[in-house]
Design a protein around this ligand. Structure first.
Ligand SMILES: C[S@@+](CC[C@H](N)C(=O)[O-])C[C@H]1O[C@@H](n2cnc3c(N)ncnc32)[C@H](O)[C@@H]1O
Length: 968
């Protein structure tokens, strides 16, 4: 037993635990530790959320909310030794003890190395990537204030396998292709001036250049279009046809050229941004309607008025006769899950029925610009050709912001309007509800897609569940509603994911497509349902490709290639370069660019894995669906590849469709340094018929589509749901802070030459990640390649910036409130998630009401280095910063503390070089089995006292044998 040590805080020694858990200033006097432990010192959680202006969030449901964690017992007046005698002192002595001890025991997995100039690098040993020659450690780095990464070095740390060998290069081709780079290529048109609707969408390379980040304009080579393509499933469910858009008939009156010609990819967004304030850039609701309305839509969204006008509807039944006043039913659906800052919600009860098409009320303000809606004869995602012909779309547009990376998102929503007699959801047929796309410059690309109706549950709950509704409420409200709903999909980190709405649990299993999917599942053992690697190729191959993926073989056949230059002459044997790109899913097989195959004939492209057995049909596509370069798009073709995969953990089956681009070398943008798309992939998620939803699932995706993988919430303990908060994926910086991108590297070879790669040099001469995206060593700060680098987004020195890739779920723990775990196995070194929230200056953080979610960043108590770099004139250079995730945060805010953690926090810089406010990235510190709680060491200071002289004490419930018994 150690006697109580009271220490009076002083300037240099903070009076609150680092990283999180500070007691609020208001509560300093006399508040109990219990109060602090509960997450709120005064009032209820709900009150606090309300007071803090926490916007309604759909994740809250109607169930009661739990406080962040239960009120654990509090130790007062005593400080106990940890189970093994460790006592964490406030000055980090414990850390040194731990590290020293482990260093002596030589667990071999983690070594601490000191670099020149006292810089320290922790290496994880690996046969592939051995650490540099070990040096004597002259001084063990003191634990950075608030940084748990060196706090406890667990003896089981480790595996960090397959470390990067910087000599292995995938060649540039391997990095050039983007999985799903999408951008908005429009501009030169002001919102008010846009008498024509901008419905442009395009593909862009994801390696956002410095110029782009700085908002410079850039020439683009042609029109971009609101594209739609169709993927149709054959009657046997095994054949897919990918058609390009039904754009042809509208090309002439389509104004994209006007918009995009010579315009920057973000020019439009800029203009819009200039003309309206943030609060006006709210998302519009998704509209799904059924009525007599058909092709040729013209409409506009008006600023400041709650109406959307749709003009010139044409009745397909009268073969184009214009409809003056058709009736249709309109459902306003929530848009949550698409827009990060979404706050406006409409529920289905507001659905106006029988309104005339010319004035459809939309219950919110919208961006001012006129929209042009093209009738689209071919349904982009409809699995039924018949249906697709009777479906039309309305394209609407929306601007949204992503300040964090200086990006602007432009969202395009394609909506379906159908006649009652054709309306699938009124007849139980299949159809598409709508498609929406978010086109962003840069990384944060989100797409919202509607799914084919036949892949929708008949009892649909959109991802935009009304706040405080119970699950049953949602269920019945949509059951009552005849109108369709949309399916949320999202594009993030090169992925275009089309998923069912959050109600996958309610999927109607009688729907055809589902049974097809299930059939495929049944016929294909799970081990064979591996990912198909993406292929990107350049060659002479053009239209009409047909291919198959053969089960159990390593061949990918492409037949009937046609050379566009010979106008359709069939090619028997075409040389083309093919690059196998990594598939992007986290826990699946990975392919490395060194496996690139070159010069193979198109008729047999080896694919280095077993694939699902089914035939594929590929349609030549003259227009690249997402290519923003019309020129390029005309020279490119696509192959659609269908793939089924499983997600056993939540009983979902995901059907992925990959669209590949094949281009002739002379046209191939990536061989000429131009921008292009490599491919598109789509994931369609279904509930596996044979599976039941896991017990305790209370929220299917708390991120509401903002993360690339849904983040489910489970509670098998009680009926509670997490307290509402706003889900964000990026740190919110103070408005005054201007982030300047750091100088980047000039690498075009995948940053493989660490002596030349400026980012590798900044990292001490080695890149911190291996080709499995696992971190192989830690440093006080590591540098990922960023927006100013010439390397593409696929560069393996870009890991954490792409967001979580490992499925995570929030669950109710026994003693520590909500926690986080993964249904999947996590290999050591894997990136888990960033700790995001609002960035506050220290002094502001002190005033916060809820100190449970504070995370001090960027400041090492030993090291003032972090205070020296500033890119802001308006922010104080000499203060520390804190991330407050109480009101706004991501899944990281739920990760609990453990004295034997399996994660560690790593400061990462990539989009700016201000060391005062690095990104706090959590990485696996060891192999973690599925469903084991993820934890890191909060490294709180022990022994802090309140104003009244009592010690701040909070009991630790981590349950580790090494538990220090106190959080602080
Ligand atoms: C960032 S929150 C973690 C998520 C939190 N459990 C929740 O329900 O929202 C930090 C708070 O969780 C609780 N907590 C986390 N780890 C704990 C542990 N090992 N023992 C006791 N409480 C813990 C403490 O109340 C702490 O202030």
């Amino acid at each position: 037993m150690v006697g109580l040590e009271l220490r009076v805080p002083h300037e240099a020694n903070r009076s609150w635990p680092p990283r999180c858990g500070r007691l609020p200033a208001a509560a300093e006097d006399g508040d109990s530790a219990e109060g602090a432990a509960g997450g709120l010192v005064e009032g209820s959680e709900e009150e606090a959320a309300g007071n803090a202006g926490v916007p309604p969030v759909s994740c809250s449901g109607g169930l009661p909310h739990t406080p962040p964690q239960p009120q654990p017992e509090t130790l007062v007046e005593e400080r106990e030794e940890g189970g093994d005698g460790d006592v964490c002192s406030s000055d980090g002595q414990f850390v040194r003890d731990c590290v020293d001890r482990r260093g002596r025991t030589g667990d071999g997995e983690l070594e601490k190395m000191e670099e020149n100039g006292g810089r320290e690098k922790r290496w994880l040993t690996s046969a592939v990537n051995p650490p540099p020659k070990r040096r004597m450690v002259s001084a063990i780095r003191r634990f950075p204030r608030g940084s748990p990464r060196y706090a406890v070095v667990d003896t089981s740390i480790g595996c960090w396998r397959n470390a990067v060998t910087n000599t292995s290069t995938g060649g540039e081709e391997g990095y050039v292709f983007e999985a799903t780079p999408i951008s908005f290529a429009s501009g030169g048109v002001s919102a008010e001036d846009a008498s024509h609707m901008v419905t442009t969408s395009s593909i862009l390379r994801r390696d956002v250049s410095n110029d782009e980040m700085q908002g410079k304009r850039e020439e683009v080579g042609g029109a971009t279009e609101a594209h739609n393509h169709k993927i149709q499933e054959s009657s046997v469910g095994k054949s897919f046809v990918l058609d390009d858009f039904a754009q042809d008939q509208d090309d002439n009156d389509h104004p994209q050229n006007d918009v995009t010609k010579g315009s920057p990819r973000h020019g439009f967004a800029e203009k819009i941004d200039e003309t309206r304030t943030l609060h006006e850039r709210k998302p519009i609701s998704l509209i799904a309607a059924d009525g007599d309305v058909r092709s040729k839509w013209n409409g506009r969204l008006r600023k400041g008025i709650p109406s959307t006008y749709v003009t010139d509807p044409v009745n397909v039944k009268t073969k184009g006769k214009r409809l003056r006043n058709p009736k249709m039913n309109v459902a306003l659906l929530d848009d949550a899950g698409v827009v990060e800052e979404c706050t406006v919600r409409n529920d289905t009860s507001s659905t106006p029925r029988g309104v005339t098409h010319s004035n459809i009320n939309v219950k919110q303000h919208m961006v001012t610009r006129k929209l042009k809606r093209d009738g689209i004869g071919k349904e982009p995602l409809n699995t039924s050709r018949k249906e697709s012909k009777c479906v039309n779309h309305v394209v609407t547009g929306q601007i949204e912001e992503n300040n964090d990376a200086g990006l602007s998102n432009v969202k395009i929503i394609v909506q379906a309007l159908m006649a009652p007699d054709k309306c699938p959801w009124r007849q139980g047929k299949k159809s598409l509800a709508g498609v929406s796309r978010s086109l962003a410059r840069g990384d944060d690309v989100k797409i919202k897609n509607a799914a084919p109706r036949n892949e929708l549950p008949s009892k649909v709950t959109p991802s935009t569940l009304t706040r405080h509704e119970t699950r049953e409420d949602r269920y019945s409200s949509f059951e009552d509603n005849e109108n369709s709903t949309a399916v949320v999909a999202h594009e993030k980190n090169n992925k275009l994911c089309v998923t069912l709405p959050s109600c996958v649990a309610f999927v109607d299993e009688s729907v055809d497509a589902q049974s097809k999917v299930t059939k495929m599942d049944e016929s294909t053992p799970s081990h064979e349902r591996k990912h198909v690697p993406r292929l990107a190729g350049d060659g002479d191959a053009r239209s009409k490709c047909e291919g198959s993926l053969l089960e159990g073989t390593s061949e990918f056949h492409v037949r009937d290639l046609v050379d566009v230059r010979t106008k359709g002459k069939k090619l028997e044997s075409v040389n083309m370069n093919v690059t196998l790109l990594d598939d992007f899913e986290d826990d699946m097989m990975r392919y490395k660019t060194p496996s690139t195959q070159r010069g193979v004939t198109c008729s047999t492209i080896n694919v280095k894995q077993r694939v699902v057995a089914h035939d594929l049909k590929f349609d030549g596509i003259d227009k690249d669906p997402l290519n923003r370069f019309a020129k390029e798009s005309k020279s490119g073709n696509h192959l659609a590849v269908h793939q089924t995969e499983k997600n056993d953990d939540v009983g979902l089956v995901t059907k992925k469709i990959i669209v590949l681009a094949l281009m002739a070398p002379d046209k191939c943008p990536w061989t000429q340094g131009k921008k292009s798309i490599a491919g598109i992939s789509r994931s369609l998620t279904h509930r596996n018929k044979s599976r039941t939803v896991r017990e305790g699932l209370c929220l299917p995706d708390i991120s509401q589509g903002k993360e690339s993988i849904p983040i489910c919430v489970f509670n098998t303990i009680d009926e509670m749901q997490p307290v509402p908060f706003k889900y964000i994926t990026k740190v919110i910086f103070p408005p005054s802070y201007v982030k300047a991108p750091p100088k980047g590297c000039d690498c075009t070879n995948g940053c493989s030459d660490s002596s030349r790669c400026a980012c590798a040099v900044k990292n001490g001469g080695e890149l911190p990640f291996n080709f499995d995206s696992e971190i192989v060593y830690t440093e006080p700060v590591i540098y990922e390649c960023g927006p100013s680098c010439r390397c593409p987004p696929t560069c393996h020195n870009r890991v954490s910036q792409h967001g979580p890739k490992i499925p995570l779920e929030i669950f109710k723990t026994g003693k520590t409130g909500w926690g986080v775990r993964s249904p999947s196995f996590i290999s050591s070194g894997s990136f888990i998630c960033e700790y995001v929230g609002e960035l506050l200056q220290e002094n502001d953080a002190e005033k916060t009401e809820n100190d449970e979610y504070l995370f001090d960043i960027g400041r090492d108590s030993d090291d003032e280095e972090g205070l020296q770099s500033s890119t802001s004139e308006t922010m104080d250079d000499n203060v520390g910063y804190t991330i407050d995730a109480a009101k706004c945060g991501n899944v990281g805010r739920f990760i609990n503390h453990s004295c034997s953690p399996n994660l560690h926090a790593q400061d990462v810089l990539w989009d700016h070089d201000d060391k005062r406010m690095p990104h706090v990235m959590l990485f696996a510190e060891k192999n973690i089995p599925p469903l084991q709680e993820l934890t890191y060491d909060y490294n709180y200071n022990i022994g802090l006292v309140r104003k009244n002289g009592t010690e701040k004490v909070k009991k630790c419930f981590c349950g580790s044998s090494k538990c220090r018994l106190r959080l602080y």
